[in-house]
Write a protein that binds this ligand. Structure first.
Ligand code: ADP
Ligand code: MG
Length: 363
């Protein structure tokens, strides 16, 4: 399918209030033509409100939404040419699969023969070829969601919006559908805004992720940058596992934690208080008396817990400074952590390239 109809979306200073509550607070977001952008945030953070504003189902209090060069805030939903998929499939139960998928084409007055061809093409894309005559009640949850998806893109919308479309499915099917959706997006090339509260799902599927918290964007970046370079405490904490160590600045301007020197200077001299964010899988267990060298920042402590989880294992290491680090490692025969036991003294090292320093927010 061609992607000449894909459009960029430009959201400018968008604000939406419910009573005194800011569901969206001066949100600025540029969504590129053809990209898969995920709105990621906890429940109640404003994801659905933003998606519905793009679709035209709610009216912002101020700000603007452009599809390409056209301002859309006053345009009713049915004139926005947007396909939508919701968590609840919202299919018509009395219609067959093919009738459901063909419905948007019928609404647009497309003749039977073309309708039939396009429905077949859409069903093929979502791997439901041959099931057109089935009733909706004869389908599994995953199949229903594929029908809903086919119905959302069959009329070749310029923009596809999805609000937690996979959250009703069990884990295994959900993970399979994530990859399928990504694949379908690549085939369609349509600008897609996807909503989820599941950080792993967002990392798996997205070209870029917009992290939203209390109606404000906390960071907009690629999955790699969101994970490796979170720009604030909220993002560091919400995406992936992390331990945050509060650092102290010594008289020479170095950032330290206990006896460990983390950095020779603050990343930005205008800010005094910094935290070190540590991802459990970036730590390495080192020989007890290993010297730090220049490559690693070293921490020493005592293993308080060693837990086997199948694909990976983790150990909790209580540092002399009081904080506890989680160290995650593989479980293969040569894994460095597989022989750890509670009570053992260890040194763990963090390679300097993996240092994540973020400004500490005052409580
Ligand atoms: P999310 O989709 O991220 O879970 P929502 O966008 O649904 O969050 O909601 C954002 C905030 O706005 C929440 O605090 C929610 O309670 C509130 N809210 C959403 N819709 C309404 C409404 N129609 N009336 C009043 N408050 C609402
Ligand atoms: Mg929601």
């Amino acid at each position: 399918m061609d992607n000449t109809t894909a459009l960029p979306i430009s959201i400018r200073s968008l604000t939406k209030k419910y009573g005194d509550l800011f569901a969206l607070k001066t949100v600025d977001l540029e969504i590129r033509s053809g990209e898969f952008l995920t709105l990621l945030g906890p429940s109640g953070s404003g994801k659905t409100t933003l998606l519905m504003a793009i679709a035209g189902f709610n009216r912002p209090d101020s700000g603007s939404i452009f599809f390409g060069d056209a301002e859309m805030v006053l345009t009713p939903p049915h004139k926005r040419d947007v396909g939508m998929v919701f968590q609840s499939y919202a299919l018509f139960p009395h219609m067959s699969v093919a009738e459901n998928v063909g419905f948007p084409l019928k609404l647009r007055g497309i003749a039977f023969a073309e309708r039939k061809a396009r429905v077949e093409e859409a069903l093929e894309t979502v791997q439901l070829s041959g099931l057109g005559e089935r009733g909706i009640d004869q389908l599994s949850g995953g199949q229903r969601q594929r029908v809903a998806l086919a119905r959302a893109f069959v009329f070749r919308p310029r923009i596809l919006l999805m609000d937690e479309p996979l959250s009703a499915l069990d884990k295994k099917l959900r993970e399979q559908m994530q990859i399928e959706l990504k694949h379908i997006h690549r085939q369609l090339g349509v600008t897609t805004v996807y909503v989820t509260h599941d950080q792993r799902e967002a990392l798996t599927m997205s070209d870029r992720i917009a992290v939203i918290n209390h109606g404000e964007l906390a960071q907009v970046d690629t999955p790699e940058a969101i994970y490796n370079k979170p720009s604030n405490e909220f993002v560091a904490d919400f995406i992936g596992e992390s331990t945050m160590l509060p650092l102290t600045q010594d008289s020479a301007g170095r950032l330290t934690f206990g006896e460990s020197v983390v950095a020779s200077e603050a990343p930005d001299p205008s800010h005094n208080d910094w935290s070190l964010v540590i991802r459990p899988e970036r730590l390495r267990v080192l020989a007890k008396d290993a010297s730090a060298g220049d490559q690693h920042v070293m921490f020493s402590g005592t293993v308080t817990e060693a837990v086997f989880q199948g694909d990976t294992a983790f150990a909790l290491v209580k540092l002399r400074g009081g904080a506890t680090l989680t160290v995650r490692f593989g479980t293969g025969a040569v894994s460095e952590g597989s022989r750890l036991e509670a009570g053992q003294s260890v040194s763990v090292g963090l390679i300097r390239e993996d240092l994540i320093l973020i400004p500490r927010e005052s409580a």
